[in-house]
Design a protein around this ligand. Structure first.
Ligand code: NAD
Length: 324
């Protein structure tokens, strides 16, 4: 899987198959991290208002651009619309603020982070606003009346005025996609969802493919990304890196467990955005090429499915069961 290996989206845009996720990278480390990742060969970065490090990610990009390591058009920058900005009048202003933070003139892909509209929080008051209206109380989830349609149409306008090249959705299921596809003038280019061998979601993957929507997997390593948050369900889940089947398949191909997990997805044309913490991890995750799993191995890995989801507001703070 070379750094330039791309998938063609339904609007003709080319999206790298392997990118880098920016969630949980501390602000003070983000600029260097992004810069190092570009030097290592990464071209896609997956950010979000909610990750609180867009400005710093932009600084890393600016340094790489200034040094001529990469050109803007070689990068594929993804970010997300947070739930508190779903009302149509808030979509363009927040996208412009995010562009300013990144120091960019356009995004390659702007994604609706969740199909959940929360009451507006003024960015001057708290940014990123996160889930709770008062900023601290888990039961203080206040909804907005914006429909997905209202938000999507405002996102389509972002494409029309050139603030983003593509738009997509995240954490949508088939029900919400079916509704969106009734009125979308611009069909979602991508669907970003949690996806790993413990959460395979074969019907959702097949539906997206049938509709020409490219899937990006997040949390490809399953519990690993949530253990660092001390999430109880993740801590008690046996790590995929230690799973005997994943290890056995890795040994057969002379590849590491992370590489097998990434290849399992990418070989099914599912893009991945692992978050690495060190330069060796960056390189290891990018270098998952040079081998193909057999169809039988792909099926065996898919057979590990436990329908186990980690990134769920219900699991985090016991309110808003959006995946139920
Ligand atoms: P991940 O599956 O990428 O796992 C990250 C963890 O794996 C970290 O602890 C890291 O140290 C470890 N790791 C990475 N490479 C490794 C390697 N080669 N060897 C050993 N350990 C390794 O988890 P994630 O951060 O949850 O997901 C990746 C990205 O997906 C995020 O950064 C974010 O951009 C995106 N994401 C999106 C959503 C959404 O709602 N759309 C939700 C979660 C994550």
């Amino acid at each position: 899987m070379s750094p330039n290996h791309t998938l063609t989206l339904n609007n003709g845009a080319k999206m790298p198959l392997v990118g880098h996720g920016l969630w949980k990278i501390p602000k003070d480390k983000t600029a260097t991290h992004v810069y190092n990742a570009i030097k290592a060969g990464y071209r896609l970065f997956d950010g979000a208002c909610d990750y609180g490090n867009e400005k710093e990610a932009g600084e890393g990009i600016a340094k790489a651009l200034k040094e001529g390591i990469v050109k803007r058009e070689e990068l594929f920058i993804v970010t997300k619309l947070w739930n508190t900005f779903h009302n149509k009048e808030n979509v363009e202003p927040i996208c412009r603020r995010q562009l300013k933070d990144w120091g960019l003139e356009y995004f390659d892909l702007f994604i609706m982070h969740f199909p959940v509209a929360l009451r507006y929080v003024d960015p001057e008051v708290r940014y990123p606003p996160e889930w709770f209206y008062d900023g601290k109380t888990p039961t203080d989830i206040q909804l907005s009346n914006a429909t997905i349609r209202e938000t999507w149409e405002a996102m389509e306008h972002l494409v029309d005025i050139g603030l983003t090249r593509s738009i997509g959705v995240s954490n949508f299921n088939v029900q919400s996609l079916l509704d969106l596809l009734r009125y979308a003038k611009i069909r979602p280019a991508t669907l970003q969802v949690e996806h790993h061998p413990y959460l395979v979601q074969a019907p959702l993957m097949a539906f997206a493919k049938q509709q020409g929507i490219t899937v990006t997997a997040y949390s490809s390593f399953g519990a690993t990304g949530y253990v660092e948050m001390d999430l109880a369900t993740a801590v008690k889940t046996p790590p995929l890196f230690q799973n005997p089947l994943i290890k056995k398949i890795g040994e057969a191909h002379g590849k590491s467990a992370p590489q097998v997990l990434l290849r399992w997805a990418t070989q099914q044309d599912i893009a991945v955005i692992p978050k690495a913490d060190t330069v060796p991890m960056l390189l290891e995750n990018l270098d998952a090429k040079g081998f193909d799993l057999t169809e039988e191995e792909i099926q065996q890995i898919s057979g590990l499915d436990q329908h186990l989801r980690f990134n769920d507001p219900w699991v985090y703070f016991g309110t808003l069961p959006i995946f139920s």
